[in-house]
Ligand binder design. Sequence first.
Ligand code: 5GP
Length: 113
Amino acid sequence: MSDTIFGKIIAGEIPADLLYEDEHCIAINDIAPQAPVHVLVIPKRGIPRLVDAVDADQALLGHLLLAAGKVAEQLGVQDAFRLIINNGEGAGQTVFHLHLHILAGAAFPEGHM
Ligand code: 5GP
């Protein structure tokens, strides 16, 4: 558990719009959506940034991708969604508990940004 807002949400200390939960992660609606669908997939075990993950986290990282796919299907956006991980302050990371953004429901800009 991390000492961040996501750690508190996972601990049930702060409410969130829970869309999905399994043994290793949850998915919640982002509080400030940047697209019609903006969901966060958050591991229950907090890793601050992607680069802080180690070999022992391999299964968890794979699990998060599979969970993101399941959530996309659950929301009916499996044919058009984008996954984003912001790593580090310079990339816009504000919560230092690794999470994946699922964005969908709007036209995507071309390219990777
Ligand atoms: P980051 O910029 O770290 O990649 O993404 C953090 C995301 O968490 C932001 O999109 C922000 O809107 C969202 N967020 C921050 N605080 C809360 C909260 O208390 N509840 C929920 N559901 N989302 C939050």
